[in-house]
Write a protein that binds this ligand. Structure first.
Ligand code: ACO
Length: 432
């Protein structure tokens, strides 16, 4: 028999169904609450609201667990690469060798960007935010692939494989183009024979006279950074993708909205904020004590960037993997980055400080990802766009769940209105 919770309101009792997930997560189903009781559930920022059922990612923030389609993130980080993990996140299973080849081929075929789209980019000032450029380019995709982006779920799902490959492959190309446009460099075309990450590095760093050939450590590090960002349950930008998608918007439009949501410094923009913080500590010769003291003031503007997480209350498993990789990558590349030493010192100091310990604030994935990206040669202003490449499989698979759910409804939360009560319109002359 299914379980119920009992809500008592004004001496009347209301049974509320309990839903249980495959990992034992329990939820009280409040969908009928307003109809039966006249009350809505209030949960500012949805911190305790399950907005959907999903088969993609399991995250247990109290125990530092992250699994995609059942596979633990540390196993994927150790044995898989970005493209294979992207396939897993999108299609639900690790690919067979034949499917992996097909998927790789589809990504390669869709790597190049139409000449006309370059003009969209060239309409931006070179000083514009790379995330603004990226979201604009992605939101323009339906104009170029109208038959794959019809805003009709049934039709769009028929062309899903192609649309998904376009999204992943072109977002990567867009990022390389944005980098080169801002530097005043000519665009470099993708090379069909190169693996996904090497192709990206080629489009970023080759020049017409000298081809950039990455050392294996760099390709591996890039694969790791992207893989660790592949999906993360109902975070701010992925929920945005789902919300926009729920209106029957096509994949590209929904992803573009997600990219906008990702740009904020409390979400995808945090990796930039971390590097700015580490750099200013370095420039001022501080050992981090000043930053820690300021962070403890409780004001939002002074937070220790790269610390804390809306869901992880123990540790962020991605932070541990990326922190360890940082040492390996920098050692193999022979790079001695003073910011790594500052980051480590800051982490040790914060982890001993009662303010951070009592609030369960630990380094998150962004605390070390910037140092790795800097070692690869990615400039700081491009960090969040790298996050967007990595997160594209998560956006795609979440959009797919929304689009293929026959019982899905448009995302439309309620609110508690706290404004003025009814009043009569005053003509201008009587307003004083
Ligand atoms: N530095 C100092 N204090 C912090 C920090 C921080 N980084 N993060 C949270 N706190 C404090 C809060 O002020 C609050 O203190 P209080 O209880 O005295 O009021 C307490 O810790 C609890 O924090 P919450 O506000 O509940 O945390 P919330 O879930 O709202 O925010 C967030 C999570 C936004 C990630 C926050 O920790 C933060 O701003 N971190 C820095 C930005 C960052 O690194 N973002 C990247 C997140 S990971 C990602 O998007 C990939």
């Amino acid at each position: 028999m299914s379980k119920t919770a009992l809500l008592k309101l004004d001496d009347k009792e209301y049974p509320l169904p309990i839903i249980e997930g495959t990992e034992g997560e329990k939820a009280i189903d409040t969908r009928q609450l307003r109809v039966t009781t006249g009350h809505v559930a209030y949960d500012q920022g949805y911190g305790n609201t399950g907005s959907c059922e999903s088969k993609i990612t399991f995250l247990d923030g109290d125990n530092g667990i992250l699994r995609h389609r059942g596979y633990p993130i540390d196993q994927l980080a150790r044995y898989s690469d970005f493209v294979e993990t992207a396939y897993l996140v999108i299609y639900g299973e690790l690919p067979t060798s034949a499917r992996r080849k097909e998927f790789g081929l589809l990504l390669r075929k869709n790597a190049a960007v139409e000449t006309q789209m370059q003009k969209i980019l060239e309409g931006f000032p070179t000083s514009a935010s790379p995330m603004a450029m990226l979201s604009a380019l992605v939101s323009a995709l339906p104009a170029y692939y109208a038959d794959l982006a019809t805003n009709n779920f049934e039709k769009d799902l028929q062309n899903f494989d192609q649309a998904a490959a376009i999204a992943i492959s072109k977002i990567r190309t867009f990022v390389a183009m944005i980098y080169r446009y801002q530097k005043g460099l000519p665009f470099i075309f993708p090379k069909h024979e190169l693996p996904f990450c090497d192709n990206f590095l080629h489009m970023m760093f080759s020049d017409p006279y000298q081809e950039y050939v990455p050392v294996p450590e760099v390709s591996k590090a890039l694969n790791l950074v992207l893989l660790l960002h592949a999906d993360h349950e109902q975070n701010c930008s992925t929920s945005t993708v789902r919300m926009v998608g729920s209106s029957s918007a096509n994949l590209f439009t929904s992803m573009s909205a997600g990219i906008c949501a990702l740009s904020g410094p409390l979400h995808g923009g945090a990796n930039v904020a971390v590097m700015q913080m580490l750099q200013s500590i370095h420039d001022e010769g501080d050992d981090g004590s000043r930053f820690i003291a300021a962070a403890k003031s409780g004001t939002k503007g002074n937070r220790l960037m790269g610390f804390g997480h809306a869901v992880y209350r123990n540790f962020d498993p991605r932070a541990k993997i990326i922190g360890d990789a940082c040492d390996t990558v920098l050692t193999r590349l022979g790079i001695n980055d003073p910011l790594l030493a500052i980051a480590k010192h800051l982490e040790q100091a914060a982890l001993k400080d009662d303010y951070f310990v009592s609030r369960k604030l630990y380094p998150n994935v962004d605390f070390y990802s910037g140092i790795i990206m800097r070692a690869i040669g990615i400039p700081m202003n491009m960090f969040t766009t790298m996050f967007a490449i990595g997160r594209s499989p998560g956006y795609i698979s979440n959009w797919h769940e929304v689009a293929s759910n026959p019982k899905g409804r448009i995302y439309r939360p309620r609110q508690i209105y706290t404004g003025a009560t009814t009043r009569d319109y005053l003509p201008m002359a009587q307003r004083g």
